[in-house]
Design a protein around this ligand. Structure first.
Ligand code: DX5
Ligand code: ZN
Length: 224
């Protein structure tokens, strides 16, 4: 299966929450392709962020064309599918460890007319996605342990990215390979070379003086 064009997802966790809608618009104006919403429950991960009402407000504020990539770091998962479908999410990404029946969760996400992604922590083997790759259109490899923005990229995940690329190249339908955590110009390059086609970045974009230069650097352009 041919590699898909590179996409950049701006993680709003690093945005100024007091100006969230404007920050989201600025990231899109800076050529980010998607907005990435990190939902944390202080249970599956040791941090609390926001839930479906914030997704709903962003959808209303930004209109229908913006792609909202929602990363659920919550346990359980299933009870949040319907609230996020109602709130205008485009994709729900979940951690299989956080669901007692991951295949059922993936099926329920698709049944709610949402795209479905599965997220693997740095220490979670790729084999966790065996058995339900047919239900997902994105695999997210965590390149930090989930729960906080602004952490350092874990270099040992690079080998897993290469292995995942091989696996997804043999899948029967296109599946994006997304990386999330500690992505900056240097680590983005490493991930692209290893086969990632979707890069999530929070701090790198939202702490930059110029968001467009920051996004451009993730694509490997020299002007940043
Ligand atoms: C971490 C989140 C990430 C986070 C990335 O649990 O899933 O999406 O916001 O943030 P940065 O790019 O700042 O490492
Ligand atoms: Zn995330």
């Amino acid at each position: 299966m041919k590699t898909q064009p590179l996409l950049i997802a701006a993680s709003l966790l690093a945005a100024d929450f007091a100006r969230l809608g404007d920050e989201a618009k600025s990231a899109l104006a800076a050529n980010a392709d998607w907005l990435h919403l990190d939902v944390m429950d202080n249970h599956y991960v040791p941090n609390l962020s926001f839930g479906a009402p914030v997704c709903r407000s962003l959808r209303r504020f930004l209109g229908d064309d913006v792609f909202l990539d929602v990363h659920l770091m919550t346990e359980p998962v299933d009870s949040l599918i319907s609230p996020f479908a109602d709130a205008g999410a485009n994709r729900l990404i979940f951690h299989p460890e956080a669901s007692r029946h991951p295949h059922r969760t993936a099926t329920a996400i698709s049944a709610a007319d949402l795209r479905c992604g599965v997220a693997l922590n740095p220490a979670t083997p790729l084999s966790w996605i065996d058995g339900f790759l047919d239900c997902v259109d994105l695999v997210l490899l965590m390149t930090v342990n989930p729960g906080f923005g602004g952490q350092s990229f874990i270099p040992s995940v690079a080998e897993k990215i290469t292995a995942a690329r091989r696996l997804l190249d043999n899948a029967e339908h296109p599946i994006r390979l997304e990386v999330d955590g500690g992505i900056n110009g240097d680590t983005a390059r490493l991930c692209r070379l290893a086969g990632a086609d979707t890069l999530v970045a929070g701090q790198h974009i939202f702490s930059a003086d110029n968001y467009a230069h920051a996004v451009s650097a993730l694509r490997g352009n020299d002007d940043a």
